[in-house]
Design a binder for this molecule. Structure first.
Ligand code: UDP
Length: 363
């Protein structure tokens, strides 16, 4: 996995959790952050570059377009594999494994190239963490198993030349802690110290918390609702929003490790269209308002949610409160969106992914 954003890491953690749950001490899991520990210079700066690029949509789009095309992505994969040769060799030396599972697209080709140069047949599993519009860099024909969240991503894998036999549409890996609420939301709100009788809206922007969250806080606190802003790793924003004269209905959190509890208690989430957050919300049956996306890579995430009626696309921050008020004024809107979220939720995908991995190891 890699910590560019929070999605690749959360996906890896959910698979580790499911493997441990299913196979106990039959498995030893070694989670490796390839960007932090093994990226050749200057890719070690990728997490910082990611933070900068997600602030600049044009830069992101340019970067995404570079790898959007089967031929171009093969060239990029070949170049990265050559450039990272010594680093991926060191990775394999340091982490002897019976199976390798990747939730990070840029790691696939360099590792598969090293396995192939060493004539090793260690199974390599690609777990795609983009819901619909996955860049072809994900797909290396040498992968033993390619697990995708949707038929659309499976189709992209096929177009990149993967054998149909190695592609399995299973779902997006999300921790099994993300479930629909098992108690009334009013009880869950009270447990979190929030008013029980007001709607709760979470606003967040992936693991990095980069973007217009301060404007969103200002806009949403005009509503008669509790506004929960999650700033993730963005310490600057956390400090900026945690002022003494902040509106009373604003609750500000830094990086949280109980996202599942917050989602279960909330009535609506306003978020960047990150695939991890989207699927966690859907698995919690929580309606979404998507206000930003990474051009190209996250386009399909927006249509996945809006086409099914589980949420809306509202990129105009200054109209966000009015959009939400319209939803709250319609007694059926939240119920309909919640029901739609339930129809496209993928609860249990991590367990099925763990089973597919266990099958490869004959566990
Ligand atoms: N996340 C978290 N705590 C936070 C902020 C984010 O656990 O305070 C997790 C979130 O639950 C999700 C991931 O970080 O699993 C964000 O992934 P996503 O794919 O939505 O966006 P990315 O950060 O990769 O752009």
């Amino acid at each position: 996995m890699a910590t560019a954003g929070g999605g690749h890491k959360s996906a890896a953690e959910s698979i580790a959790e499911a493997l441990t749950h299913q196979y106990g001490d039959q498995v030893i899991i070694d989670t490796v952050d390839v960007l932090k520990e093994y990226a050749p210079h200057p890719f070690g700066y990728s997490p910082e570059a990611y933070q900068l690029m997600i602030k600049a949509p044009a830069a992101w789009k340019g970067f995404y377009d570079l790898g959007d095309g089967v031929r171009r992505s093969k060239m990029i994969n070949t170049s990265i594999s050559r450039y990272a040769r010594r680093h991926s060799a060191r990775l394999l030396d340091n982490h002897e494994a019976d199976i390798i599972i990747s939730t990070y697209h840029f790691a696939n080709s360099p590792i598969l190239e090293t396995l192939s140069r060493r004539h090793l047949t260690t199974p390599f599993v690609t777990v795609v963490t983009d819901l619909v519009t996955a860049p072809p860099i994900w797909f290396d024909t040498r992968t033993s198993l390619c697990i995708t969240p949707t038929p659309e991503t499976a189709e992209l894998a096929l177009r990149s030349g993967l054998d149909p036999d190695v592609i399995k549409v299973i779902g997006m890996p999300v921790s099994s802690r993300f479930t629909p609420p098992t108690r009334p939301k009013s009880d869950l709100k009270t447990a979190l110290g929030w008013p029980a009788d007001k709607p709760v809206i979470i606003a967040m922007a992936g693991g990095e918390g980069v973007g217009a969250l301060d404007q969103i806080a200002e806009e949403l606190t005009t509503l008669d609702a509790t506004i929960v802003i999650i700033t993730g790793k963005n310490a600057h924003l956390l400090e900026k929003l945690s002022t003494e004269n902040a509106p009373e209905n604003l609750k500000v959190y830094g990086f949280v490790n109980n996202m599942n509890e917050l989602m279960q208690a909330a009535d609506l989430i306003v978020t960047k269209a990150g695939p991890g957050t989207i699927m966690e919300a859907l698995n919690s049956h929580l309606p979404l308002i998507l206000y930003a996306r990474l051009s190209g890579q996250e386009d399909g995430n927006v249509s996945f949610v809006t086409n099914h009626g589980a949420g809306l696309w509202q990129p105009k921050i200054h109209e966000m409160a009015a959009t939400i008020q319209t939803i709250f004024d319609d007694p059926l809107a939240i119920a309909n969106m919640t029901a739609a979220a339930a129809t496209i939720a993928q609860n249990g995908a991590s367990t099925k992914i763990a089973t597919a991995i266990g099958d490869l190891l004959a566990l």
